[in-house]
Design a protein around this ligand. Structure first.
Ligand code: 0O2
Length: 237
């Protein structure tokens, strides 16, 4: 028989059906493993935040938030993907059970951030999605990284998937409103309002680019801090 986790304390069979109930022991065990993985990722992202903010001399990363997807949301997503609700399918097909979100001011900072994340030893990148270069039809824009990190259970390592979303404040503003009025609601949004939201995504994108240009012009000296700071932090990442 194939086990997802063989460790005697954590016996979860690959083909076991998830019950999505608060008292489902194995589901809670799995969610706890995702929590451990997420904590490790958030710790590392906070180190990247301190590093980059010092390196560039301004707040490259404004904030880092994290969440574990609710069981209802996992169940809905599995059903949307036509996935039988087994543990193996959950682990293989749902990439954002654990999710971290990084918010910054400027679009070009997103690429600095993702570069430093990909240099962290413990983090293995499985997939990247650039919805900035290639926004979704809805207008959704962000940079997504699906990564995995090792978690140790009784001298045995298991790998936990985490989705990292990197967005500017403007992208985040658009996505959080669109999330509640269209993306994650059963109420259908009119074609007209839907088209307006897509148009606003483009306008917001333009505003962000233009404000970044003004910021960079006025703050050229901030880039010169890089050499000093990289000496100070050279052994960190
Ligand atoms: P929630 O409630 O935000 O968690 P895949 O990884 O390709 O197998 P997935 O996970 O659908 O499938 O990938 P995708 O499309 O990259 O979306 C992942 C997440 O990005 C979504 O999670 C949303 O958080 C966000 N997202 C994607 N498209 C949109 C969009 O059009 N509008 C908004 N507001 N957010 C979007 P969830 O689980 O779908 O939702």
């Amino acid at each position: 028989m194939e086990y997802l986790i063989k460790e005697s304390k954590y016996m979860i069979r690959n083909d076991e059906i998830i019950h999505f109930k608060k008292n489902d022991k194995n589901f809670n065990i799995l969610i706890n493993l995702y929590k451990q993985g997420l904590n490790l990722v958030v710790e590392r992202l906070n180190e990247v935040k301190d590093y980059l903010n010092e390196l560039y001399g301004y707040e490259v990363i404004n904030s880092i938030t994290s969440r574990i997807k609710s069981s209802t949301s996992i169940e809905k997503k599995m059903s949307k993907k036509d996935c039988p609700t087994t543990y193996k399918n959950l682990i293989n097909n749902i990439n954002d059970v654990a999710g971290a979100r990084i918010i910054c001011n400027h679009k070009d900072d997103i690429y600095k951030i993702k570069k430093y994340i990909s240099q962290i030893d413990e983090i293995k990148i499985l997939r990247e999605k650039d919805y900035i270069k290639y926004p979704k039809k809805s207008g959704y824009s962000a940079y997504h990284m699906i990564i995995e990190v090792p978690i140790e259970i009784n001298n045995q390592f298991i790998y936990i998937k985490v989705e990292i979303q990197i967005r500017t404040k403007l992208m985040d503003f658009w996505a959080s409103i669109e999330h509640t009025v269209k993306y994650k609601t059963d109420k259908k949004l009119s074609t007209k309002d839907s088209a307006i939201l897509t148009a606003y995504a483009k306008i917001i994108n333009k505003i962000g680019d233009n404000m970044t240009k003004i910021y960079r012009k006025q703050n050229k000296e901030k880039c010169f801090n890089i050499i000093d700071a990289s000496e100070k932090y050279k052994n960190m990442i």
